[in-house]
Design a protein around this ligand. Structure first.
Ligand code: URA
Length: 278
């Protein structure tokens, strides 16, 4: 699938048919390849035990399945002895939007899914308010196992666990990554600057965009919907939506060396006796 077609299909899945920043009247027909791909999208399937209503797993390519199995068995750090289970992450692989949180809490550890407690409910309702179904985005964490008593992730745990996240990002290839809170923002953007100063802006990141915002748990601690941070969270979600609607950036120009070669090819050969003139 070409990149524009992949993006078209993903955006339609995320926002429905109205995501396009152009009027439907003047719309040119979707590229021919889009139809069969869209038609292949898995049918919604309710699961009694999961908050995640789509059985995306059955459509995962085998390399992703293998990768997931490896992560679920991970024993690379001490958290494996205190966790109930690894919280791998949830969401479709074909999505333009990925959220990265900090680490599973008690509810997530029990259920095996990220953001299913109170902070998760706030994330889900905020997404909904901006017209995005939670089941259409990918959600993961910096750590895949719960730190005991919900303590902060330790540096060695982050170092050991984050290669899994990097692998996940490179398999999913989201257009926009939203980092929730300090731990995710500092790791992804490799910065020491805190979230209060980082939020509200977009950051280019390996051909993609990172948008940092507050962790929903911090919003809850700061007074929930009555707190100042809640308004800023809404601003950041509006920014996420605007960023997703922006047209695909043009491909990068060719490297300078090949431009020089191009010019050489186009120059007519100069006869030896003419060289005297220069
Ligand atoms: N907080 C996080 O950072 N991640 C979760 O999955 C739940 C709470």
């Amino acid at each position: 699938m070409t990149r524009p077609v992949k993006r078209h299909v993903e955006m339609e899945a995320l926002f429905g048919a109205d995501f396009l920043p152009i009027s439907r009247k003047g719309r040119t027909p979707a590229p021919a390849a889009a139809a069969p791909v869209a038609a292949k999208a898995p049918a919604p399937k309710k699961s009694a035990s999961s908050t995640f209503p789509y059985d995306w797993e059955k459509d995962w390519p085998s390399d992703f399945q293998t990768f997931r199995t490896e992560v679920l068995d991970c024993r690379k750090c001490g958290l494996c002895s205190t966790r109930t289970q690894v919280v791998f992450g949830t969401g479709p692989l074909q999505t333009p939007l990925m959220f990265v949180g900090e680490a599973p809490g008690e509810d997530e550890d029990r259920k095996g899914e990220p953001f299913v407690g109170r902070a998760g409910q706030l994330l889900t309702t905020t997404l909904k308010k901006f017209g995005i179904e939670r089941s259409r985005v990918y959600i993961a964490n910096i750590l895949k196992c719960r730190p005991p008593g919900n303590r902060d992730p330790q540096e060695d745990e982050i170092e050991t666990c984050t290669p899994w996240l990097i692998e996940q990002i490179s398999l999913i290839q989201p257009q926009v990554i939203v980092t929730l809170g300090n731990f995710a923002t500092k790791f992804v953007l490799q910065t020491q600057t805190g979230i209060t100063r980082m939020r509200g802006s977009v950051y280019p990141w390996h051909g993609r965009t990172v948008i940092p915002t507050f962790h929903p748990a911090a919003i809850l601690r700061g007074g929930g919907e009555k707190g100042r941070q809640f308004g800023e969270l809404q601003e950041d979600f509006a920014l996420i939506k605007r960023t997703l609607a922006e047209p695909e950036p043009p491909p990068p120009p060719p490297p300078v060396t090949s431009l020089v070669e191009l010019e050489r090819e186009e120059q007519p050969a100069i006869a030896d006796d003419q060289l005297e003139l220069f």
